[in-house]
Unconditional design. Structure first.
Length: 318
C-alpha cells in the first residue's frame, strides 16, 4: 500500500474518532442538562406534576430493560407486565407481610425474584421468535394475572396488597407525610436510580455483549455460524430486562401504595410496547422519552376527553 493510502486511512480514522467523541460529548451534555432539569423540577412545578414524574421514572427504568430485548435483540414481548407486577408484589409482600423496610433490600429481592421467574419462562420463550415469542410471553403474563386473582390469601385477590413506605438508606423520614416523602427524598432517590441504571444499560449495549445482541437481531443464523450462542444471549437479555422491569414495578407500587393485579394484565404490557414505540426503540434514550411523554400526555388527555385512548393512538400514528 502506498504512503498516500496509509495517510488517507489515518486521516479517516482520526476524523471518525473525532466525530464519535463529539457525538458522545453532545449526549453527555444532554443527559446532564436533563438531570439538572429533573432535579430542579420539584421546586418549580406544582405537586401534581411532580407526582407524575415518579411513574415516568419507573417506566423509564423498566423500558430500558424492555428495549434491550426489543430494540437490541429483536424480540418483542407482549407479557413483560409480568415482571413489573412481580416487582410490585415483591415490594408489597416484603413491606406489608414480612416487615422489610429497607428500600435497597426490597429492590434487590424483588429484582432477583423476577430473574428467578424469568429463567424458566425465558428458557421456553427464547426458542421462538417473532409472533410466536410474543404470544408465548403473553400467555405467561396472563397466567400470572390469573394466579394473582385465584390465590386470595397470598395476593389479596382483586384488591391487591398494600405497600408500606420504605426506608431509604435506613432513614424512614417519619416526619414527612406521604406526599412530602414522594416528591422529596423518594423522588431524588428514583432520579439517581434512573441515572445509574441508565449508565449501566448504556455500558451493556455498547459492550461486546451488546454487539452480539445486535448481530443476533440482524441475522441470527449468520451469528450462529460465527460461533455466537444465540439462545444463551437471548436468555441473558431476557433476564436483564426482567430485572429492570421489576425495579420499575417496585417504584410504581410504592408511589401508588398498592400492588394491583391489573399491573400484570396484557393491556399493561401493551402500554410498555406503546411507550417504547412512541419514544423510538432505535434510539437508546427513546423509551425513556416515550415514558415521560406517555405519562404527561395521558394525564392531560384523560382530564380533557373520555376518548383519550383514541388520541393517544393518533399521536403514535403521527
Amino acid at each position: 500500500m502506498s504512503a498516500s493510502g496509509l495517510s488517507t486511512d489515518a486521516a479517516t480514522n482520526i476524523e471518525s474518532g473525532a466525530d464519535r467523541l463529539r457525538r458522545h460529548t453532545t449526549l453527555l451534555v444532554i443527559v446532564i442538562t436533563a438531570t439538572i432539569v429533573l432535579a430542579v423540577f420539584p421546586h418549580v412545578a406544582q405537586t401534581y406534576y411532580v407526582t407524575l414524574v415518579l411513574p415516568a421514572f419507573a417506566y423509564g427504568i423498566a423500558l430500558l430493560g424492555f428495549n434491550l430485548l426489543f430494540g437490541y435483540t429483536g424480540l418483542l414481548s407482549f407479557g413483560h407486565a409480568l415482571f413489573v407486577a412481580l416487582g410490585a408484589y415483591g415490594a408489597a409482600v416484603l413491606s406489608s407481610k414480612l416487615g422489610v423496610k429497607s428500600f435497597e433490600v426490597i429492590l434487590l429481592v424483588s429484582g432477583l425474584t423476577a430473574v428467578a421467574v424469568a429463567i424458566p419462562v425465558g428458557l421456553l420463550a427464547v426458542r421462538y421468535v417473532r409472533i410466536f415469542f410474543g404470544i408465548l410471553t403473553l400467555a405467561f403474563g396472563m397466567l400470572f394475572h390469573s394466579f394473582l386473582f385465584k390465590f386470595y390469601n397470598l395476593t389479596g385477590g382483586d384488591t391487591g396488597i398494600r405497600v408500606l413506605r420504605p426506608a431509604l438508606f435506613g432513614n424512614e423520614f417519619s416526619e414527612l407525610d406521604k406526599t412530602a416523602f414522594l416528591i422529596g427524598p423518594f423522588y431524588y432517590y428514583c432520579l439517581a436510580l434512573l441515572v445509574v441504571l441508565g449508565f449501566v444499560m448504556w455500558r451493556i449495549v455498547h459492550s461486546p455483549f451488546g454487539l452480539h445482541l445486535a448481530a443476533i437481531r440482524e441475522n441470527p443464523r449468520k451469528a450462529e455460524y460465527l460461533g455466537v450462542r444465540v439462545r444463551l444471549f437471548r436468555l441473558a437479555a431476557f433476564l436483564i430486562s426482567a430485572f429492570y422491569c421489576a425495579v420499575g414495578g417496585v417504584i410504581l407500587a410504592i408511589n401508588v401504595g398498592q400492588a394491583d393485579p391489573e399491573t400484570a394484565y396484557w393491556t399493561h404490557s401493551g402500554e410498555l410496547v406503546f411507550m417504547t414505540v412512541l419514544g423510538g426503540f432505535a434510539n437508546f434514550f427513546g423509551p425513556v422519552v416515550g415514558a415521560f411523554v406517555f405519562i404527561f400526555l395521558k394525564s392531560e388527555l384523560m382530564s380533557t376527553t373520555q376518548y383519550w385512548r383514541f388520541f393517544l393512538g393518533v399521536t403514535l400514528a403521527l
